[in-house]
Design a protein around this ligand. Structure first.
Ligand SMILES: Cc1ncc(COP(=O)(O)O)c(C=O)c1O
Length: 390
């Protein structure tokens, strides 16, 4: 008799995969030989800077690096993270207790719930958002309470709108600035309000800071930990992925409150065995070089952002010019849903984008474009969209 295979409830209860339809249409278009411009993915197309690759090659041949790494990261990597935080944000961190290495920030965002969310706990999550925040809650039996990000609030959550009984029961609050998918940024005032909220209701703040280095026109996004009292209530997730064009390498860090960093490290040490040490040594090189190797990518993304936003506006689409991230959050023309507009862009213009509602119900009415293709292709986008019947 065939084995009866039943997936776990947590998998069966995953929200419907809203990108499935767009994936299907994309595959069909490619099979028809359509020349697609893919602005759907947030994955840098620019290669990792060569000094990082050279360091990996050198480090990969050292036998000491072939053994199990420490799950929390090499002392030298954690020291490099602390030095980078001091230099970049003027935030002092104890590398032994306030820094943990991550196999990319995604796993740790999920594992944060393993460490801190019990069944029935409430987690406050933005909508739209990077989906791992609420998936982590759901996988661990918690309840998500969604905070809509609205244009009239500069795409910041309205903390005052959270009912007091929900706030009192909340265990974690996830925030992410510069923001995926809206491209919004947060200032010191907002972060100070978050610290005040966390203290009033005893809520742990998890700030996902993956995009702090992708700021344009001289704008340097801040760390949540720069705000007074932030380290008492929070942990910040960071990643070398977007900063150094290293998404495939899988290396990041979480920093902040030692009890939160320690709790996350404890969960992780039971589930993973850390990052290949040669990659950590390459990561140290990346952090030590810092802006010297980030600035060229920033210039490229800024130029692309201008081309895309100017082009979209020229064909009558409404969007803000993001001050950071490589995402442009575009309002859907009247009469269409996010899914319909995304499908039209794909079928009639060969331009792949992501429907806003794929990031949460409150993303309906928007479509996300990325700038992860070269400028020649980006210049074509507006011309192609001009042909679409809206
Ligand atoms: C907001 C945000 N956080 C975290 C991640 C995960 O990045 P990584 O796991 O590569 O560090 C992403 C990736 O797209 C992201 O957009």
């Amino acid at each position: 008799m065939a084995l009866q295979i039943t997936k776990a409830k947590r998998i069966k209860e995953l929200p419907p995969y809203l990108f499935a339809e767009i994936d299907r249409r994309k595959r069909e278009a490619l099979a028809r030989g359509v020349d697609l411009i893919d602005l759907g993915i947030g994955d840098p197309d620019i290669p990792t800077p060569s000094p990082i690759i050279e360091k990996l090659v050198e480090s990969a041949s050292k036998p000491v690096n072939h053994r199990y790494p420490n799950s929390s990261g090499m002392a030298e990597f954690r020291e490099a993270v602390a030095r980078w935080y001091k230099h970049r944000f003027n935030v002092a961190l104890d590398p032994a207790k306030e820094v943990v290495s991550l196999i990319g920030s995604k796993e740790a965002i999920g594992n944060m719930a393993v460490a801190f969310v019990d069944p029935g706990d409430i987690v406050l999550v933005s909508s739209p958002c990077y989906p791992v925040y609420h998936i982590g809650t759901a996988f661990n039996g918690g309840e998500n309470y969604f905070l809509p990000l609205k244009k009239e609030n500069q795409f910041l959550p309205d903390l005052d709108s959270i009912p007091a009984d929900i706030a009192r029961q909340a265990k974690l609050l996830w925030i992410n600035y510069p923001n995926n998918p809206t491209g919004a940024v947060a200032d010191k005032d907002f972060f100070a309000r978050v610290v005040e909220f966390a203290n009033r209701y005893n809520v742990i703040v998890c700030h996902d800071a993956a995009y702090t280095e992708m700021g344009y026109d001289g704008y340097r996004p801040m760390s949540f930990l720069e705000v007074d009292g932030a380290k008492e209530v929070g942990i910040e997730f960071h990643s070398l992925s977007k900063t150094f064009n290293m998404t495939g390498w899988r290396i990041g860090m979480a920093v902040g409150n030692p009890e939160l960093v320690g709790g996350l490290a404890q969960a992780k040490s039971n589930l993973d065995s850390g990052i290949f040490q040669a990659i950590q040594e390459a990561g140290i090189e990346a952090l030590n070089l810092g802006d010297k190797i980030v600035e060229p990518s920033r210039k490229i993304y800024q130029e692309r952002r201008d081309i895309l936003v100017d082009g979209l506006r020229a064909v009558g689409l409404e969007c803000d010019k993001p001050r950071a991230t490589f995402y442009v959050w575009v309002s859907v023309p009247k009469g269409l849903s996010s899914a319909e507009f995304t499908a039209k862009l794909l079928d009639e213009a060969g331009v792949v984008t992501t429907p806003g509602n794929g990031f949460g119900a409150a993303g309906e009415g928007y479509v996300r474009f990325t700038v992860c293709v070269d400028k020649t292709r980006l210049k074509e986008v507006a011309e192609r969209i001009r042909q679409v019947k809206l």
